[in-house]
Write a protein that binds this ligand. Sequence first.
Ligand code: NAP
Length: 264
Amino acid sequence: MTAPALLIAAGAARIPVLGLGTWAMRGEECAKAVADALALGYRHIDTAAMYGNEREVGLGLRASGVKRDDVFLTTKVWSSDIGAGDLQRSAEASLSRLQLPIVDLLLIHWPNPSIALKESIAALCDAKRRGLTRQIGVSNFPVDLLRQAVAISDEPIAVNQCECNPRFDQSPLIEECQKHGVVFVSHRPLGKGSLARDPLLMRIGAADGKSAAQVALRWHIQKGLVAIPKAARRQHLEENFAIFDFELAEKEMEEISAMARSGR
Ligand code: NAP
């Protein structure tokens, strides 16, 4: 197995640049994928109250034997629950399902225009002060909303988790995140698996004996992003983690970035 995943700084937090996404995994499949991933060297797991799998994520974490403090664990509060009081209750319910006293990162899963942002962000800060999470952040926040969130938050916004991949250009939002020291976490980094069949990525990877999926993930990391691909299959888990032993040349990075502009 390759070297352990690198870390990226988000204020006081150190986030492993490659994590395991767990959306749509349930039951035994989820617990096993989490345990397998941790055994392979992953140290970052992404879940959410809405995924209905926090119990299994907790089981997988304990089954792996990896120390809790060595794993960066994110969960999220669903958009209907981001009002004052509801958000803190959602976080407490997540911890109870995970059977953990604290998570590393708590995110607002989606903005909700019918709840004042100020109220949601204050509740998120309160959750941190109460010791339910080490860091706070947001997800699916566009540029303007991110700017507002950063301006009104008493605590640093560590992360904005949004869809991004070589076919889904997020350059303006990434720039805005970087301006505020917010780490950009790419969800759906493999385009739900479709990028694994992309001819350009396959061609670029061939020279290094790497797959299209590995090239796509490496592209994220070289851009300074965190990627959280979901993989239920062990072969995919292994493949996605083996991206720390090669490097994409600048020209290759540009070619890959141009995929979105060319409508591919
Ligand atoms: P994704 O990670 O882009 O793609 C997952 C799909 O790719 C699965 O079908 C998986 O197959 C396949 N795959 C994984 N590795 C592969 C490889 N090496 N070769 C070929 N296929 C491969 O899509 P996603 O699950 O939608 O997004 C990732 C994570 O981001 C989610 O699980 C979730 O944690 C997070 N997310 C967050 C939000 C949000 O609103 N914040 C929204 C969407 C997703 P197998 O599972 O069969 O291995």
